[in-house]
Design a binder for this molecule. Structure first.
Ligand SMILES: [Zn+2]
Length: 94
């Protein structure tokens, strides 16, 4: 069991982190999913490295691609709420 720490390109609020966590929890072989809204950081335990690419796919689908990844964020299915936007409110809680 190893720990992955994945910084993502957008910050999220506490409410959205619950929804992201829920989506990630559907992936088998990962556990202890923790999201850090202030740091835009996703942390989880994984068994096989395959799981990391699954997590990255889900994060991208949710609108939170890994930092450094050259992915255009599609807001169509992206998880966010009024607490996350406009960007000037990004660091406040919902
Ligand atoms: Zn939000």
């Amino acid at each position: 069991m190893s720990i992955a720490r994945i910084p993502v390109q957008r910050s999220f609020c506490g409410r959205c982190s619950d929804r992201i966590k829920e989506a990630l929890s559907a992936i088998s072989d990962i556990s202890n999913v923790n999201l850090y809204p202030m740091d835009a950081l996703v942390v989880f335990n994984f068994v096989s490295a395959n799981e990391i690419s699954k997590v990255l796919n889900v994060l991208t689908e949710l609108g939170y691609p890994e930092k450094g990844e050259k992915t255009t964020i599609s807001m169509v299915h992206a998880i966010h709420c009024n607490g996350c936007f406009p960007p000037s409110h990004q660091n406040t809680n919902c």
